[in-house]
Design a protein around this ligand. Structure first.
Ligand code: IPM
Ligand code: MG
Length: 354
């Protein structure tokens, strides 16, 4: 299993180091990992002049899966857009056609109190958000900032989806629902946007092929509200790139910490990039306090989705549940009465539990 490791910026290197330790600890028993590392994001810009150098993209393409840390560096925010660290992840998604983004939001019993919502609202929560990742206003053309006749500047972006782009991610949503509670909620803004009217029509059409899955539709504003009011009504949600970006951050907070949530970004052949859904957190970088569990759980998703190694994935997930039950906590999920540990010590605890 050739794994391309892209640590990136901020806390990225610290957290991917712990995830790689966990993978290596599983080696043997039919699991054989060959890891190769490359620069990405601000780190790549500083040494190669580009956030996604050709050599990094080539290594990613040659690999069987990618483990990604995080990108983002405030000091580079004034660069032209195409050179900013974020372009690395957007470029990888587009170049590798990683259109289906799985973002589970799971509440661990031990962390129920960490949520800002009442325990009874979130206890047992298990939602899967599927976000389309290569279309929409993120990539639509034309876009830009232009000068109008009156000399005033105007910013513009284009929201667009083709039928085939909607159809393929809808299929992913229905198939995921089939493996869970057979309920799919499609989120759009069909009352206002033409793109989203087409979204709703195509998802409804695809739904005819999945009579065993109960399909519902919500406007995105209502979906944002329902996620806070009664999040347990949801099983799988499928939505476009922009709405998925926002709703998945919202859903992560239901679970108490964005530091706990992994994600998978897949193409149609199961090739994938795996990353924690949090960012590079430059304010806490290099201090050995970041939570590595989202990245460790991303490695578990990699084993499950790219390598079909469900048993190994479950071993990692069980080890994470065990360290939580043992009371180990990084600062982001710490509560009085638990044991505060650093990034490396959390990795040690997961290895011991394995
Ligand atoms: C995410 C992030 C990215 C996005 C940024 C870093 C480009 O917020 O993965 O959710 O907007 O997709
Ligand atoms: Mg986001």
């Amino acid at each position: 299993m050739k794994i391309c490791i892209l640590p990136g910026d901020g806390i990225g290197p610290e957290i991917t180091t712990q995830a790689v330790r966990v993978l290596k600890a599983l080696a043997g028993d039919g699991l054989d990992f060959d890891t190769q590392e490359a620069l990405v994001g601000g780190a790549a810009y500083r040494s190669h002049g580009h956030p996604l150098p050709a050599s990094t993209l080539a290594l990613a393409r040659e690999s069987d899966a990618i483990l990604f840390g995080a990108v983002g560096d405030f000091s580079l925010d004034t660069l032209p857009r195409e050179l900013r660290p974020e372009q690395a992840i957007l470029g990888l998604r587009k170049e590798l056609n990683l259109f289906a983004n799985f973002r589970p939001a799971l509440v661990y019993p031990e962390l129920v109190q960490a949520s800002s919502l009442k325990a009874e609202v979130v206890a047992g929560l298990d939602i899967l958000i599927i976000r389309e990742l290569t279309g929409d206003i993120y990539f639509g053309q034309p876009r830009g900032i232009r000068v109008l006749d009156n000399g005033e500047r105007e910013g513009f972006d284009t929201m667009r989806y083709s039928e085939s782009e909607i159809r393929r991610v809808a299929h992913v949503g229905f198939q995921a629902a089939r493996k869970r509670q057979h309920r799919l909620c499609s989120v759009d803004k069909a009352n206002v946007l033409d793109t989203m009217q087409l979204w709703r029509e195509v998802v409804t059409e695809v739904g005819k092929e999945y009579s065993d899955v109960e399909l519902s539709h919500l406007y995105v504003d209502n979906a944002a509200m329902q996620l806070l009011k009664n999040p347990k009504q949801f099983d799988v949600m499928v939505t476009g790139n922009m709405f998925g970006d926002i709703l998945s951050d919202e859903a992560s907070m239901l679970t108490g910490s964005i530091g706990m949530l992994p994600s998978a970004s897949l193409n149609e052949h199961g090739f994938g990039l795996y990353e924690p859904i949090h960012g590079s957190a430059p304010d806490i970088a290099g201090k050995n306090i970041a939570n590595p569990l989202a990245t460790i759980l991303s490695a578990a998703m990699m084993l499950r989705y790219s390598f079909n190694q469900a048993a190994a994935a479950e071993r990692i997930e069980a080890a994470v549940r065990r360290v939580l039950a043992q009371g180990f906590r990084t600062g982001d999920i710490f509560e009085p009465g638990t044991r505060k540990v650093g990034t490396i010590e959390m990795g040690d605890a997961v290895l011991a539990a394995l």
